[in-house]
Design a protein around this ligand. Structure first.
Ligand code: ZN
Ligand code: ZN
Ligand code: ZN
Length: 374
């Protein structure tokens, strides 16, 4: 049983956010519904609407959650509610009056990337001299570096996704549509404790050459290579794993499929082995890319190597050329190199990895060798 985070944990997170904001030269933070608010308060409005909800983190004052009056009872039930004060506004009020009273009119604030433009514009109208920065850009480590409780949840989500993969291997592929296999994957994630399924990519044959193909009515045939990429949230933290399988009744696999799969497997392994504190995110991408380029498939590796994961399944930092943020113990991200051959097939292998004191540790541990399915 996973216990919810405690009020003390939320208090510590908000305090760390406030200190990081000060260190970044900000007067405070404006946190709107989305992953930042979930991380800092445990609160997720049932529906994110045009009504303003915002957590204001400012120096020398308790954190203040501004909520629509009709949503206040919901907000008060959030796991981190005890770490905050709340103030509400009613339909017909100016929702920006409360923030305008609390914020420094000349201040520079970090604001959630997920804030609606209408709310940022509303704040700027009330406080024309206030300025805003992307919270992710200003505080890149705030959610990127996970604590022990978060790592446990990410490990559990990864193990659940692994269990789903092991079971899908036993199911029939040939003669069924991608959509049917995707529905099985979703059901397996839920059966293994996920509360939410975010994506179930089933890319068979030529569809596998599109990294973001979801699943359609294509009927899977013997001889197809199939990319399976699936994930969601378990206990509030994300899973995301990919394995590529081949449909073959007798276990035979064409040479080129075997070769391409082996190149991707080596690229994924090399990138994983490169993980250690202090290297830049882009280095993980470079290592994977070097293996694939060396093998002659560089132009078919059309996707970045990875993305962060936490209270969402895709978030910064990104493992991509140009991202110079250093790896820090506790960071969690995907390593998912792939080769996408237009009109033919695709191969991707993806694990979630966390940075340890001297290397990396995988949260996905199913075999990375090419599996055949019936
Ligand atoms: Zn992608
Ligand atoms: Zn994925
Ligand atoms: Zn991914």
């Amino acid at each position: 049983m996973t216990e919810p985070f405690t009020v003390e944990e939320y208090t510590a997170r908000i305090r760390r956010a406030a200190e990081s904001a000060r260190a970044a030269g900000l007067a405070g933070l404006v946190v709107t519904p989305g992953p930042d608010l979930v991380y800092l308060t445990g609160y997720q409005p049932t529906a994110v609407t045009e009504r303003l909800t915002a957590l204001l983190v400012t120096p020398n004052a308790d954190p203040l959650l501004v909520v629509p009056r009709l949503e206040r009872p919901d907000a008060e039930r959030a796991a981190g509610a005890g770490a905050l004060r709340m103030a509400d506004w009613a339909d017909g009020d100016n929702p920006y009056r409360l923030p305008a009273e609390r914020l420094d009119p000349q201040g520079r604030y970090g604001i959630s990337d997920s804030a609606w433009a209408m709310h940022l514009l509303g704040l700027q109208q009330e406080l024309p001299d206030s300025r805003y920065r992307s919270l992710t850009e200003a505080l890149p480590m705030l959610r990127a570096v996970k604590d022990a409780g978060e790592l446990d949840r990410l490990a559990a989500a990864g193990a659940a996704a692994d269990a789903a993969y092991e079971e899908i291997l036993e199911m029939r592929f040939a003669g069924r549509t991608e959509r049917e296999v995707a529905a099985d994957l979703a059901a397996l994630l839920l059966a293994h404790g996920h509360s939410q399924v975010d994506f179930t990519v089933v890319g068979s044959g030529p569809n596998g050459a599109n990294p973001h193909h979801e699943a359609d009515d294509r009927r899977i045939e013997p001889g197809d290579t199939v990319v399976l990429d699936f994930g969601g949230l378990k206990h509030g933290y994300g899973s995301d794993t990919t394995r590529t399988v081949h449909v073959s009744a007798d276990g035979s696999v064409p040479d080129q499929v075997r070769e391409v799969h082996e190149v991707v497997r080596r690229a994924q392994q090399a990138a994983f082995e490169a993980v250690r504190p202090g290297i830049a995110c882009q280095e993980v991408d470079r290592v994977a890319r070097a293996v694939i380029t060396e093998a002659g498939y560089g132009e078919y590796f059309i996707h970045r190597t990875g993305h962060g994961i936490g209270v969402t399944t895709h978030e910064p930092p990104y493992m991509v050329e140009g991202e110079q943020l250093p790896l820090v113990p506790g960071m969690c991200f995907s390593i998912e190199p792939g080769i996408y051959l237009p009109g033919r097939f695709g191969v991707r292998i993806e694990d979630i990895v966390t940075v340890t004191g001297d290397g990396g540790r995988r949260f996905n541990n199913t075999p990375r060798e090419l599996a055949t399915v019936s």
